[in-house]
Design a protein around this ligand. Structure first.
Ligand SMILES: *Cc1c(COP(=O)(O)O)cnc(C)c1O
Length: 376
């Protein structure tokens, strides 16, 4: 079996152990004589799959008891509409911080449902940094303030949590974050947020599953035209089973959660929490790659050091137009796939999610040195 190192931004690499277990259980799950994907979502067999997945996610992120975990569909892009439909709560105005392509998409969608105020933006700096909180111009009484915790395309990430109480002078404007591409990569204090959401296909599972973690009191205020299947209250009251959930994607997420829970022991650091263990591994991987970029004039990243994403490392080659495609092709031939930057920004992007082993990053750095030696 030859598995490549897959640097794809999403759908993305999944731990080999998890795929192996899914393969072993594909035809006959725990003696039921059927695959998880063939089971009724309301059957007694499937019940523990979703219950354990939720319990394990809660344990991993220490989700407080006054938050609900919802398993939905439609991806983060659908959620860009579902968030305002549920969270505007009759107020009409929501604040957004603009850090790049995904923030812009979120704002564009939300504008269909209310007034969107971009209260800070790094657009003028070509999105190479995250605006600081003292640059925010908050709207008093805004229904919520939305950030994108990690801009998957641009490669910038919040290394801090906004203090919305300080920004708004009260606790009436909850913080909402699109965490599609960095959920479970580091510890997060869920209590600082009103809502966290994302598509599972980056750092959690396969495509088809959207996760939402939302504070109780924010549920139950959906716009009358919000589809029932997208109303957080309907979802919460039905244990995410108002309609058929993406059963196999939830099962696969559950396997990934168990893999994460086992990481501290697996890396010989049982004293660490799973998220602290992942953070230390992810910091180490990101530092390896950024150190290689900083040490070379052949490769450059424009992202300011304090806002560099640990998950999506974006950079360019010295002779970008001539060398980017040869770099991507030669890397693929060397078993390093999915490195082409997003079509909107070009260049190279290495997505180094939880499931990317340290060896993958080392192999990439070695390849980069060799490519520079032969093309620099
Ligand atoms: C991938 C991504 C999206 C889009 O997710 P879909 O599942 O394709 O809707 C939105 N936001 C961020 C930050 C992403 O990385």
């Amino acid at each position: 079996m030859a598995r490549v190192h897959n640097f794809s931004p999403g759908p993305a690499t999944i731990p080999t152990e998890v795929l192996q277990q899914a393969a072993d259980e594909l035809l006959d799950w725990r003696g039921t004589g059927m695959s998880v994907m063939e089971m009724s979502h309301r059957s007694a067999d499937y019940e523990p799959v979703v219950a354990e997945a939720e319990a394990d996610l809660r344990a991993l992120l220490a989700v407080p008891s006054n938050y609900r975990v919802l398993f939905m569909q439609g991806g983060a892009l659908a959620e860009n509409a579902i968030v305002p439909l549920n969270m505007l709560r009759g107020r009409g105005v929501a604040d957004y911080v603009d850090t790049g392509i995904w923030s812009v998409k979120s704002m564009t969608e939300a504008r269909r449902y209310g007034t969107v105020n971009a209260i800070a933006s790094s657009r003028g700096d070509a999105y190479v940094r995250v605006p600081k909180q003292d640059e925010w111009r908050p709207t008093p009484g805004a229904a919520y303030v939305h950030i994108c915790g990690n801009e998957t395309i641009g490669g910038i990430e919040y290394q801090w949590t906004p203090d919305v109480v300080a920004a708004y002078g009260n606790d009436d404007t909850p913080l909402v974050s699109d965490v599609s591409s960095h959920i479970l990569s580091r510890p997060v204090d869920v209590s600082r947020y009103g809502l966290l959401y994302g598509g599972a296909q980056k750092n959690v599972s396969m495509a088809g599953l959207t996760f939402v973690i939302v504070r109780d009191d924010l549920i139950g205020h959906a716009h009358p035209l919000c589809p029932s299947a997208f109303d957080y209250k309907v979802l919460a009251d039905n244990g995410s089973m108002f309609n058929t959930p993406p059963t196999y994607a939830i099962y696969l997420a559950g396997l990934v959660f168990k893999w994460l829970l086992a990481r501290p022991a697996a890396i010989g650091r049982p004293e660490l929490s799973p998220m602290a263990a992942m953070e230390s591994l992810n910091v180490e991987k990101a530092q390896l790659l950024y150190a290689a970029l900083d040490a070379s004039a052949f490769y450059t990243t424009r992202i300011v050091p304090e806002d560099r994403s640990r998950m999506n490392v974006t950079f360019r080659l010295q002779d970008d137009d001539a060398l980017t495609m040869p770099f991507v092709q030669a890397a693929a031939e060397a078993g390093l796939k999915g490195l082409k930057g997003h079509r909107a920004v070009g260049g190279i992007r290495a997505s180094i999610y939880n499931a990317m082993p340290r060896e993958g990053v080392v192999a990439l750095v070695d390849f980069m040195r060799e490519f520079e030696r032969t093309h620099g």
